[in-house]
Design a protein around this ligand. Structure first.
Ligand code: XMP
Length: 558
């Protein structure tokens, strides 16, 4: 995967990514069909709950719709627009949401909703492009608008509609469309208008079909959550059984069924995904789980100790703590190229993990923290792709280690993983930790990585984290950290000239890591961070603040 033009290496939390490079097929792994079947998860949450299906037409907000529905305690499946009906086989689908998208419905080759959407006999909500599709495919007419409507707008609802139950007549909403509905299909009526669209909402109450020209899923539509809740609960009648408690119970049962009396190994990175995955497996099969924590020496201050404390002492898990810092540092000696750093770290991790996992006799399963967005991403590359990815992950294992995959988080978004982590009693610092790159501090020490430089960075980074937390801003930021530049600058301390490193502070806000903006941290906070770093961290005499958004900058400096 490319990230900002770089190879994205995540050797620890997605621990086998690097092994995909030399993936082998099932034949070479020598798995029989029966073994393969046993290695798949036993219970599928998608069939255990009532669900809403989001059909994706490519809007940047599509996945957000699914997350919003899940926040309403309802399982939500996310499918590409060309998904065949078999993809929902066995599911108790209560409603469908057609997402927005960049196309115009009247263009040649524009993606259409599959027939099963209209044949299932369940309520359908079309959002933006989804609404236009609904109009177009059900006999109405869509045409280019005279003006593009983009950004904040108001709509006034007309008549009674269950979609707007409990809401005022006038609603602030977020619009983003260029087309408009010229004629609504038979059986529909307008249910709201805006200054530019006489039909900002259309409804066919009898069939439970609704079209919204605006985006209820974004924060800029302040009452959007209630609109979605009305659709999911009032119109679709979904029961709200998708809760952390239910998820944990079902997943624990599923893991027990899958694993039986087999032994499971799990790589811990200190990040939230592998921690929650391990905690779920531990709850299910206790001592049958052995966690391997490869300490690469590139973690932040106190992190390795916290992992050991939490898992070995508090949760009494079998934890193998491998201090491989010297091996990683040796692999990084004299390396300055960021890509080479990533590759060396990835390769070293694979070697260490393989060595350690071989010591665990009769291991039959490997637990991975794969999340739902990873599954969606591979699924969108063609049907059956989910399976292919899974096999590729396992495929890189040595052929004599026939390990099945346990992926307890493959149905979850990151925010759900955090809620499950909280419900499992993991420490708050671990559950709410900012994302941390697999190659760790090696890509925040610019130029050659040495133990001394890592120690300087750890000390500066701890100050940033402490101060951001003290200011109550930690959860508002996507990431905040220190970078040790490779530049030395002249300064003065007391009566003496100093010549020390410049440290950069990076703090960004983002919804996902695709784009980000630099955080407008209060000046007093920046002043405190700068003061403390130059006073408390030997070897640093200057602090700068990075004010580059992404794009064009990336979040990490290397
Ligand atoms: P950039 O720097 O590309 O980062 O804006 C986007 C997000 O990805 C993280 N990141 C990485 N994570 N392996 C990882 O596991 C990597 O090689 C890597 N490079 C960047 C970064 O921290 C941010 O959250």
């Amino acid at each position: 995967m490319l990230s900002g033009g770089r190879q994205f290496v995540d050797p620890s939390s997605q621990l086998l990514v690097a092994w995909r490079m030399d993936a082998v097929t099932d034949e070479t792994r020598g798995l029989t069909k029966a073994e393969e079947a046993q290695q798949q998860a036993a219970i599928d949450p998608a069939t255990a709950h009532q669900s809403i299906v989001v059909v994706d037409f490519g809007s940047q907000f599509s996945m957000l719709i699914a997350r919003r529905v899940r926040e309403l305690s309802t399982y939500c499946e996310f499918l590409p627009y060309d998904a065949p009906r078999e993809r929902i086989a066995g599911q108790d689908v209560r409603g469908i949401i057609l997402s927005g998208g960049p196309n115009s419905v009247y263009e040649e080759g524009a993606p259409m909703a599959p027939d099963w959407v209209w044949e299932l006999g369940v309520p359908v909500l079309g959002i933006c492009y989804g609404m236009q599709l609904m109009a177009h495919q059900l006999g109405g007419k869509v045409a280019p608008g005279r003006e593009r409507e983009y950004g904040p707008a108001s709509v006034v609802t007309t008549g009674e509609s269950p979609l707007f139950h409990g809401l005022p007549e006038k609603l602030d909403v977020w619009m983003s469309h260029g087309d408009r509905i010229e004629r609504i299909p038979d059986g529909f009526e307008p249910a709201a208008r805006s200054a530019n669209s006489p039909v900002a909402v259309m409804a066919n109450r009898e069939r439970g079909y609704y079209g919204l020209q605006f985006h209820p899923e974004v924060a800029h539509t302040p009452r959007g959550k209630e609109i979605l809740s009305n659709f999911v609960h009032k119109i679709c009648g979904a029961d709200g059984s998708w809760t952390p408690g239910n998820f944990i119970d079902e997943t624990v049962a599923s893991i027990r069924e899958q694993v039986g009396d087999g032994r499971v190994i799990c790589g811990l990175s200190g990040g939230v995904d592998s921690a929650v995955a391990a905690a779920l497996v531990h709850r299910a099969v206790g001592d049958q789980l052995t966690c391997i924590f490869v300490d690469n020496g590139l973690l932040r201050a106190g992190e390795a100790e916290e992992v050991v404390e939490t898992f070995r002492r508090n949760m009494q898990m079998n934890l193998v703590h491998v201090d491989a810092s010297d091996q990683f540092l040796a692999a990084l000696a004299e390396v300055t190229n960021p890509e080479t750093k990533r590759v060396r770290i990835g390769n070293t991790f694979v070697r260490v993990f393989e060595r350690e996992s071989r010591k665990i006799e009769d291991a039959r399963f490997l637990c991975q923290g794969t999340l739902y967005p990873d599954v969606i991403e591979s699924a969108s590359h063609g049907s059956g792709a989910v399976k292919i990815k899974t096999h590729h992950n396992v495929g890189g294992l040595p052929p004599d280690m026939k390990l099945g995959l346990v992926e307890p988080l493959r149905y979850l978004f990151k925010d759900e993983v955090r809620r499950i982590g909280e419900a499992l009693g993991l420490p708050e610092e671990m559950v709410w930790r900012h994302p941390f790159p697999g190659p760790g501090l090696a890509i925040r020490v610019l130029g050659e990585v040495t133990y001394e430089k890592l120690e300087i960075l750890r000390a500066a980074d701890r100050i940033v984290m402490d101060e951001v937390k003290n200011a109550g801003l930690y959860r508002e930021l996507w990431q905040s950290f220190a970078v040790l530049t490779d530049s030395k600058t002249v300064g003065v301390m007391g009566d003496f000239r100093t010549y020390g490193y410049a440290v950069a502070i990076r703090a960004v806000v983002a919804d996902d890591a695709m784009t980000a903006d630099w955080a407008r941290l209060p000046h007093e906070l920046l002043a405190r961070i700068s003061n403390r770093i130059v006073n408390e961290v030997d070897g640093v005499n200057r602090v700068v603040y990075d004010i580059t958004p992404k794009p064009p900058g990336t979040i990490e400096w290397e």
